[in-house]
Write a protein that binds this ligand. Structure first.
Ligand code: ZN
Length: 255
């Protein structure tokens, strides 16, 4: 199978190449990619090309999806898996894009067993074995200007990585050289610490991280890529774990 895979990858990269001008014009506007060296950028382009070929992008409410939009989403999603490989995004197919934040209807059971219907406005969602859903407004806002701890593309695709070993619980499949205990201790200590800080109204870290361990991992991933210095400063052990997991060391001079 290996050689067949290689032939098909070669074919996709040749036949479905992202045109040079589109690639350079779009990626130079994405501050998250700036820390990559030229060989990493070339690798990112390969992954982005394959991602765009393999996944289906669907616009809702007549939103038409351009090549530029696909590159913006795919390049930043693939930044996360630059050292993990594209098969980290296997097992699902679609990226559904809403023009703006979208309403979802959810049925939530309470402790008494009564099911309530809730309407939420969401900017993104990741379904287990299902699509990633994104609001284009929010993708644009987060992609072109760095905001520490806020990046909808990084957030939703981090959930996808987390879901590789079942329900999102704040722990994606770790590399063999990463002890599970070190991960669990580092992240849960920081998570508990954050909850305490918020109780005392210290909200220097995006409070959404305190929702549950899955959101904690997703938001810490947002910090890792948007403002690694902040993460290193507040939660150095989490930073270390994410660095070992993503096998990257982002640096921001612009933040
Ligand atoms: Zn989330």
């Amino acid at each position: 199978m290996k050689w067949l895979e290689r032939v098909s990858t070669y074919y996709i990269l040749k036949k479905h190449a992202i045109p040079d001008h589109a690639w350079f014009q779009v990626t130079k506007k994405l501050p998250l990619l700036r820390f990559l060296n030229s060989s990493e950028k070339a690798q990112l382009r390969v992954l982005t090309t394959l991602f765009i070929y393999k996944k289906t992008f669907i616009g809702t409410y007549d939103l038409s999806i351009t090549m530029e939009m696909k590159i913006i989403i795919a390049a930043q999603a693939c930044l996360q898996i630059l050292k993990l490989g594209l098969n980290s995004f296997d097992g699902w197919q679609e990226i559904i894009i809403y023009p703006t934040a979208f309403k979802v209807r959810k049925e939530v059971g309470d402790e008494a067993g009564i099911v309530h219907i809730q309407n939420h406005a969401l900017t993104g969602e990741a379904w287990i074995r299902g699509p990633v859903v994104l609001s284009w407004d929010d993708v644009e806002r987060d992609s072109f200007n760095v905001r520490a701890g806020h990046h909808i593309v990084i957030h939703e695709f981090a959930h996808k990585l987390d879901m590789l070993n079942g329900r999102a619980n704040g722990m994606p499949p770790l590399h063999p050289d990463m002890p599970i205990q070190a991960w669990t201790e580092s992240l849960s200590t920081a998570y508990q610490h954050l909850i305490k800080r918020l109780e005392h109204h210290h909200n220097e870290i995006n409070a959404y991280a305190a929702t549950n361990p899955a959101e904690f991992f997703a938001v810490m991933s947002e910090y890792f890529f948007t403002s690694p210095a902040t993460l290193k400063n507040y939660y150095p052990k989490v930073f270390e774990q994410l660095k070992r997991y993503f096998r990257l060391a982002p640096q921001r001079s612009d933040h």
